[in-house]
Design a binder for this molecule. Structure first.
Ligand code: FAD
Length: 805
């Protein structure tokens, strides 16, 4: 007999069971979990069960804190013992630089509102964990919200609590095929078929194969991981209370108490994948034989750091696999073109992130919205390119091996690159471009002309890119700079219904033919879904321009409201490319390439039209990226390289300089211009970020209008401001706390040295109730509190006269 449910989750590990429970919390009980063999039978049963709240994304970190907070509740509700020990954890620093890095981490915890995180000295470390050999240790960080639990207990607790609330758990029944039906999905299984409206891929080590069943290739792959458990250690046996776990950042190992012994895990420098396409279907609850050769160097360091381990003898080795994605965060959410299919996979740290995924995805399935900004784990943050096997294996290896390494601002990692390049890549490289990757596309960060052997050396302070960036900023402010606009996404929206659809989707005014405008795109709840520019080429033909890396995410959002007929969207990203010229000489440079009259009268600010450029047409737009007179030239990609050559030769006597992302950051922050993922995110509102000035309040209904009006009525709780930190030796970069006395009153969204104004600057969202423009605050810069002044206006050209020249 066939069965049917509203939601079926494939996979009974910590992710699937946590989601099952969270769906029941939201009142959905017509939900089932289908498991191939036993619950926990993937990675979950042999995990070390450690948990922590730290993540490189603040929103995911907050959700990890939520995960930790859920365990006692779920244990109580289910009655299943989970052995949770909130022991706290210590990260060891073995260099002054690492200690500085930990100071910055304490500031990050302050920004997050995590209490009790503090630096500890060597004596306290040894007091807290007597088996630490302090040789070479200069200090550490103590986080009270770390600990470990019994992973099996946690999975069964979630499943038990969900069942008590009415959910169904079906074990020993593998899903063998997934097909669309008019009502939803049909799952063929080893038993009877199961029908459902929503199907969730929480297949863990098999998730890539489960994705293949619906024609998807998720960028997720298993990688091996090993830990050992020792026999009893006298110092641990006699330890009273929960002994903090220890992560030896320079030593590649983590240690936690395991009964009267210790568990030592290794993130080795030379990791190995296992079954890149996913585990075999008949892989049981088995372990792989220990591979000591692979981890021997790190083990040696571990035994030096914790000498009593060597004496104790090894009780067992655990060698298994977990799944990993290129950036180490999960893949969660809906997929464009597959309504009712949901990803909940790539969960590398399931015991820190299980409830995070459960909460976000249950909100998404039930309410149509994850409830928070979960872009950092959104399945739409990757395109098809990420599943290229070479890329996937190289980037996941890189992530694993760098798990404990110091991270630096402006650091660009090499794995899997270059994967996607623009036609002008070679020319720009020859001009000295130092590239970074955005959504796999190579994008110039800065240029070192005439220095082919230059090597970028990232630093917590200013790095050796600094003088080059300064020169690029100066070129833009005094002559002309050219910024490659491959980093933009472009969509052509056309058809008889195009204007009406855009008018409803976007909060700003749709410009007249030949004009362009900036507009926020809102969620019905009033938060931001985009900061787009819209260009009207004809009454039924428009271009939307956004960020290249948001292509999947934006297109998924467009698809939700696209009418069945009358509107066509074509993704032109990568097919049309160009350069943004900024600086007082940009008009002269453009006039040398086209017969079009580009004078201030004939081509005023925010004009955009197709113009002749030699034997072809280019889209020319008068727009400012850096607060200077500016023009963007966009051409079919086949002409991109030629366009660069024309610009380079026509601009040589005008002082033209190619400029990269770092110069643009400095220039835009001087002008207080925000960008997506920093000042503008789906967690913020138009009122908070100043994007409300682009809302056409009088145009009638649009998505998010009611909520935006309510915010206008009440006033935003936070406001975007520029902070001037003066002449200091390092800069803020984002996620640093803003202090007023002992209270955190804001968060830095981005920061840079303002090369033209000669001061370190930051943009920050501050509490409107307590922070006045013009007042004095403090900002943590790599962990040190620095005085800062809240500026009353942008640091550069507040009247905006220079871009209107
Ligand atoms: C040695 C080791 C130590 C670890 N230590 C920690 C740690 O300390 N802390 C931490 O947070 N994480 C740790 N992890 C990682 C952690 O184990 C994983 O993040 C977590 O288990 C992932 O859970 P999951 O539910 O996403 O996937 P899984 O546990 O792999 O579960 C997926 C489930 O889906 C089922 N399934 C797949 N396909 C089908 C199908 N077609 N039909 C039906 N069922 C299907 C499988 O049988 C499996 O039970 C460790 C991992 C390893 C290997």
């Amino acid at each position: 007999m066939s069965q049917s449910y509203r939601v079926v989750i494939i996979g009974g590990g910590i992710t699937g069971t946590s989601l099952l429970y969270h769906l029941t919390l939201k009142g959905w009980t017509d939900v089932a979990l289908v498991e191939r063999t036993e619950l926990t039978a993937g990675s979950s049963w042999h995990a070390a069960g450690g948990f922590h709240a730290i993540n490189n994304d603040a929103h995911v970190a907050a959700l990890q804190s939520y995960t930790i907070s859920m365990y006692p509740k779920v244990a109580a509700e289910s009655g299943v013992e989970i052995g949770m020990k909130l022991s706290g954890g210590i990260e060891l620093a073995c260099s002054a630089e690492r200690m500085q890095w930990l100071k910055a981490e304490v500031a990050w915890h302050d920004m997050m509102g995590h209490e009790g995180v503090r630096l500890v000295d060597v004596d306290e470390i040894v007091d807290l964990v007597p088996i630490v050999n302090p040789d070479g240790v200069v200090g550490g960080l103590f986080d009270p919200d770390e600990g470990n639990l019994d992973p099996n207990g946690a999975v069964y607790a979630y499943a038990g609590a969900a069942k008590k609330r009415g959910a169904t758990v079906i074990t020993h029944n593998r899903v063998t095929a997934i097909t669309r039906t008019p009502e939803g999905w049909r799952l063929d299984t080893e038993q009877e078929p199961i029908f459902c409206e929503h199907v969730v891929n929480a297949g863990g080590l098999w998730a890539r194969k489960v994705g293949h069943m619906v024609g998807l290739d998720h960028p997720v792959t298993p990688i091996l991981h090993e830990y050992l458990v020792t026999e009893d250690i006298p110092e641990i046996a006699s330890y009273v209370g929960a002994m903090p776990s220890v992560t030896d950042l320079e030593g590649w190992t983590y240690l936690q108490r395991e009964q009267n012994g210790a568990l030592l895990g290794v993130y080795e420098a030379n990791p190995l994948h296992w079954k890149p396409e996913g585990a075999d279907w008949d892989f049981g609850m088995s372990l792989l034989p220990p591979d000591l050769d692979r981890i021997s160097d790190e083990l040696e360091i571990g035994f030096r750091r914790f000498p009593s381990l060597e004496k104790a003898g090894i009780k067992r080795f655990v060698h298994g696999a977990f799944t990993i994605t290129p950036d180490g965060n999960p893949l969660v959410g809906p997929v464009r073109g597959l309504p009712g299919y949901w990803a909940a996979c790539g969960v590398m740290a399931g015991f820190s992130q299980g409830a995070a995924v459960g909460l976000a995805l249950s909100n998404w399935i039930v309410d149509g919205d994850p409830g928070d900004d979960v872009y950092a784990m959104d399945v739409a943050r990757y395109g098809g390119w990420a599943s290229n096997d070479d890329y996937l294996l190289a980037t996941t290896r890189q992530f694993y091996a760098r798990r404990f390494l110091t991270t630096y601002p402006h650091e660009q990692l090499p794995a899997g690159r270059p994967l996607v390049v623009t036609p002008a890549y070679g020319e720009l490289k020859a001009a000295g471009a130092q590239f970074g990757a955005t959504w796999a596309l190579e994008v110039p960060q800065f240029f070192t002309p005439g220095e082919p052997d230059f090597v970028h050396e990232p630093s917590l302070h200013r790095d050796n890119a600094f003088p080059y960036v300064a020169a690029e900023v100066e070129a833009v402010r005094t002559a002309v700079g050219a910024y490659e606009t491959g980093v933009y996404s472009r969509y052509e929206v056309s058809g008889p219904g195009a204007r009406a659809w855009l008018d409803h989707l976007l909060a700003g005014r749709i410009p007249k033919v030949g004009r362009m405008g900036l507009t926020p795109m809102l969620h019905p709840k009033g938060t931001l879904m985009g900061d787009l520019s819209v260009t009207t080429l004809a009454d039924d033909r428009f271009w939307l321009i956004g960020s290249y890396y948001l292509q999947e995410w934006h297109q998924r959002w467009f698809a939700e409201s696209l009418p069945e007929s009358g509107v066509t969207i074509e993704n032109l990203s990568g097919r049309w490319l160009g350069f943004a010229l900024s600086g007082p000489q940009s008009r002269e440079l453009v006039s040398r390439l086209t017969t079009e009259d580009v004078s201030a009268e004939a081509f005023p600010f925010m004009t955009a039209r197709l113009v002749p450029m030699g034997d072809f047409e280019a889209l020319l737009a008068r727009v400012s990226l850096a607060g200077e007179l500016g023009f963007e030239i966009t051409v079919p990609s086949t002409r991109h390289e030629a366009l660069w050559r024309s610009l380079a030769s026509a601009g040589a006597d005008l002082g033209l300089r190619p400029v990269g992302d770092l110069a643009i950051d400095s220039l835009r922050i001087e002008k207080a211009y925000g960008i997506w993922s920093a000042e503008f995110t789906q967690g913020y509102t138009p009122g908070q970020t100043g994007l409300d000035r682009f809302i056409a309040w009088d145009k009638g209904d649009f998505v998010g209008r009611e909520a935006a009006l309510a915010e206008r009525e009440s006033g935003p709780s936070r406001r975007l401001v520029t902070l001037d930190l003066g002449d200091i030796e390092s800069d803020a970069h984002g996620d640093e706390p803003v202090w007023l006395g002992d209270s955190v009153v804001g968060i830095v969204t981005s920061g840079s040295y303002g090369h033209h104004v000669g001061s370190s600057l930051a943009l920050a969202l501050v509490d409107t109730a307590v922070v006045e423009r013009g007042s004095d605050v403090e900002v943590s810069v790599i962990g040190e509190r620095r005085p800062a002044r809240v500026l009353t206006e942008p640091a550069y050209d507040p009247s905006g006269s220079r871009m209107r020249l």
